[in-house]
Design a protein around this ligand. Structure first.
Ligand code: ADP
Ligand code: MG
Length: 322
């Protein structure tokens, strides 16, 4: 568990980038931090691996103060992925992935095995990719290497700072799917910064919405969409949440709700004449619903497509390149 206790960060100019913040992130959780540019997301992330010193308060990792850790031990247990792809240009893909394992003095065979395993995990054939240089890869492929490099030495925690925001929408969606699948397989604690609410809803077990160095709301995607604590959150979550209140009927928005992925039909069936609100109630309990129209199943709504629909209409806030 990562535990922030009354943490404040003041930069030299005296402004507090983080203000008396309390937060607990659970083991194995996909925890998303979201908020406008300049609200303190990167500062929060970098304090965890001591790239930035705290001004006040305490951060604990597994009940031990981060200041009590040996700094290498602390950082080796935290993979770090940046928005800007930061592969070493003169090194091959394999060498890039092996940086931390080599620091840890793993033997060559173990490193080779690990590299291949990781490349396969993200669908990149090792024979094809391991000897290439970063510039011989597409942006999406490079970012994928950035992710697996952070995983190479099997850290317990993965810190990701807007890792996909520089990518085109298709690579971005593919990598989001990859990281979700990885999370299911390897069950790491992931702290993921974004300024895109759709991404947050897709990925997060919980979402932490920040503003001006403070937490505005922490909750599951559903809690945040259904019970935004104030107008700031409501604006962030987007316009479609009104559709729930207006008791809109599934039929009116069905194309936007059905999943495009091929998923097995659900045994829970909802008629297309039901309301969105009724569908959401069922989706609190079931991952997916089969939609019935005139005796035929016309498609599947998943919890995720429904939540994404609700978050739609909202635009990215700023371009968090801080
Ligand atoms: P975000 O990642 O949410 O965009 P940051 O954590 O980068 O936000 O920045 C939070 C605030 O701290 C901003 O007002 C930013 O200008 C300020 N800040 C960030 N880094 C420094 C620094 N090294 N010195 C002074 N102020 C900084
Ligand atoms: Mg930032």
């Amino acid at each position: 568990m990562i535990h922030f206790e009354n943490v404040t960060k003041r930069y030299q100019d005296g402004n507090a980038a983080i203000k008396s913040l309390d937060l607990k992130i659970n083991d194995g959780e996909f925890f998303v931090i979201i908020g406008p540019s300049g609200c303190g997301k990167t500062t929060l992330l970098k304090m965890m691996n001591r790239l930035i010193e705290l001004t006040d308060g305490t951060i604990f990792v597994d009940d031990k103060k981060i200041s009590d850790y040996n700094i290498h031990e602390l950082r080796w247990n935290m993979g770090y992925v940046l928005q800007q792809i930061a592969l070493f240009p003169h090194m091959t893909i394999e060498e890039n992935i092996a940086v931390v394992p080599e620091l840890k003095k793993w033997n060559n065979e173990k490193i080779r095995q690990r590299t291949d395993e990781l490349l396969e995990m993200v669908g990149m054939t090792p024979e094809k990719y391991r000897g290439r240089k970063p510039k011989e890869l597409s942006g999406g492929e490079q970012q994928r290497i950035g992710v697996i490099r952070a995983l190479a030495s099997d850290p317990g925690i993965l810190l990701m700072d807007e890792p996909f925001s520089a990518l085109d929408p298709i690579s971005r969606e593919k990598l989001q799917d990859d990281i979700l699948e990885l999370q299911r397989k390897i069950n790491k604690t992931i702290v993921f910064v974004t300024h895109d609410m759709q991404e947050a809803i897709k990925l997060g077990d919980r979402i932490c919405l920040m503003k001006d160095g403070e937490i505005v709301q922490v909750g599951t995607p559903k809690e945040i969409i259904e019970n935004p604590v104030n107008d700031f959150v409501r604006d962030f979550v987007g316009t479609h949440s009104a559709a729930v209140k207006e008791n809109i009927c599934l039929e009116d928005i069905i194309e936007q709700l059905l999943t495009s992925h091929s998923v097995a039909p659900s045994t829970v069936i909802i008629p297309v004449t039901a309301s969105l609100r009724e569908a959401l109630m069922l989706l609190t309990e079931y991952e997916q619903l089969s939609v019935e129209k005139e005796g035929q199943i016309i498609g599947i709504i998943t919890r995720q497509t429904a939540l994404q629909y609700l978050a739609e209409g909202l635009q990215e806030v700023g371009h968090g390149n801080g």
